[in-house]
Design a protein around this ligand. Sequence first.
Ligand SMILES: [Zn+2]
Length: 310
Amino acid sequence: MTEPRDSRAARPVEGRPHLLSFDVEEYFQVEAAARGGVTPDDWDAYPRRLAPAVDRALQALADHGCSATFFVLGWVGRHEPEIVRRIAEAGHEVASHGMTHRMLQHLGPEAFRQDLLEARRLLEDLAGRPVCGYRAPTFSITHRTAWAFDVLAEAGYGYDSSVFPIRHDRYGVPDAPTAPHRARGPDGGTLLEIPPLTLRLAGANWPVGGGGYLRLLPRRLPARALRKAARRGMPGMLYMHPWELDPDQPVLPMSRISRFRHRVGLRRAEDKLRWLLQRFRFTSVARQLDDLRARPQETYTYGQGTAQAE
Ligand SMILES: [Zn+2]
């Protein structure tokens, strides 16, 4: 496959590219399914549907000449290695989504260190390139799990994209910066943090850059948030999952609210992705990393919630 180009002659929207990411996991590995009783022991019982869904994402990116970052679950690398090879061969960035999709508060620092190492080795072998980015399962870096930044910094990661600056029942750091910033852990480890895109409305940050919100809300809202980020001179970070491009996936045992969040707008997700790809330029974090690091960054200390400008 040919290397995707980041800019084509007739881009409707000019300016710096935004960031697009996919969390690569099977539909039955999401936290809502885990809460509904689907354990890793059950995973083999569900039909795997990831490969064709990843191909739909790769095709949409190829059609629009964009590259993206794929945060791949280590489990996928182990059980479906061809998927990782295809992503890398298409010229996209392979980053880590950890090994097992357990939220960090259930792992603790030592198990997290091991999980990171195992996933990285596996993914680097398959992709044939260094892995320098990380996204925690279910955006589970919060003040409570801020030690993760110390572990990531020590492990030599280049960036993280695990903090959602919103109020949510399962995750989120509502007062964290909404733009890329330097995250500091309680032991002083620092790392570039690239939060997913939010939009400030009625005094709160709304997660318009991915998940059920992106699928449910009118597309003008993520578009507005992307333009707002661009005006601040920052890229917006969108995130999707390949399973969102698979509306015919089996229905899993989940609470009503979780099922709604998981399934709302699945039939429209690919159209929405293509609509955004048509109007905005997107690229991977790896291609923007030097540029992002060179910019002046606010430092935000997690675990305490204090910010200081530099
Ligand atoms: Zn995930």
